[in-house]
Ligand binder design. Sequence first.
Ligand code: T4K
Length: 379
Amino acid sequence: MSAEREDRSSPREPVLVTRSFLPPEEEYLFWLRKAFASRILTNNGPIHRELESTLQARFKVPFLRLMSNGTLAIQLALRALGVKGKVITTPFSYVATTSAILWEGCEPVFVDVRPDTLCIDPALIEAAITPDTTAILATHVYGIPCDVHAIDRIARKHGLKVIYDGAHAFDVDLDGRSVLAYGDACTLSFHATKLFHTVEGGATILHDEENDKQLRFLRSFGHIGDDHFTLGMNAKMSEVHAAMGMAVMPHMDGIIAGRRTICERYDSGLADLPLQRPTIPVGTRYNHSYYPVLFADAIIRERVMSALAEVGIMTRRYFYPSLDTLPYVKGAACPVSRDAADRVICLPLYPDLDPRDVDRAVACITAVLADAQVGVPGS
Ligand code: T4K
């Protein structure tokens, strides 16, 4: 245990919802020194190529391309697959899922989520399909797998492309296979707040060689040397960012194990309280990327957040607002998503979170709920 943890009398830093994992400095410097030695700092350099092939092998996917962030990873996936018109999508995600659709000049059509997993409800998708629909963009929210088999059946029947926003789903397996391997494309975010990170970064996974070729042009100005092929942009990852990825990578199993331990402590502390947790489908090997909790209503949720903040424990409303309520979109309301977005918070979660802070959070939530004398939601 560190000296900082031992000293409980010093003024406490607030406990934040997450904290970036930092590898030992020397391990990052090892990779930076390679960049210094080669003087190749970007444009598909050697560290970038090594990170790409390491991730591709880890997820057992045919094509994986690094991107400068997880938002452009979605945008370029849509573009590489030629998605136009209407895109059926989830209202329960981070705003980037929707904004990527809009930036690509497409129209998001929101389909509500399942109350158990908070992922898009396949039973509602077919009713939303029109002749203008070309794709489904669904999020494995909190790393919880969507019903990929049902979505796949619908997409095949109607000739739609499927893109998964897998920003939270690093190292999640479904039935023994990486959940990132499903769909025509899957995207990742490697932002500093994510399970695996490159400070800023992301990736797009594809399964078709032609689409992948297109993606590489899109990522890098649409040309090779003097030969210009297509309209492109700059979505490349630098060597300095890829170096962070290579330094974080060997720690991934330990990071996930540490997070699992914290989650188990929350699980046992919160087990008998009147709150809900999203359901992880059978057959999932989960990554413990978030710890979402849903309270009976927005009033209790607000009371819990305030009480935790008073004792220096900061939570976040991941994910609020429900994206069908954004002021720049239109369409049918999604009541399940709106209700979840009103009631949910994510509790602090990172591998070296002090277990005593978990216990403090549990005690605080217990006290607020006892005071409110609420019943189990949905009972
Ligand atoms: N799709 C989904 C489903 C996503 O969740 C996201 C991003 C994307 C797509 C787009 O991917 P990117 O284009 O971002 O690669 C964060 C992240 O900025 C964002 O990446 C993430 N999702 C979203 C859910 O959360 P904020 O506004 O909550 O971050 P911030 O700065 O408030 O940080 C939260 C906590 O993390 C802080 O209290 C302290 C800690 N932190 C933060 C930073 C920036 C660190 O420990 N280190 C840091 O460097 O958005």
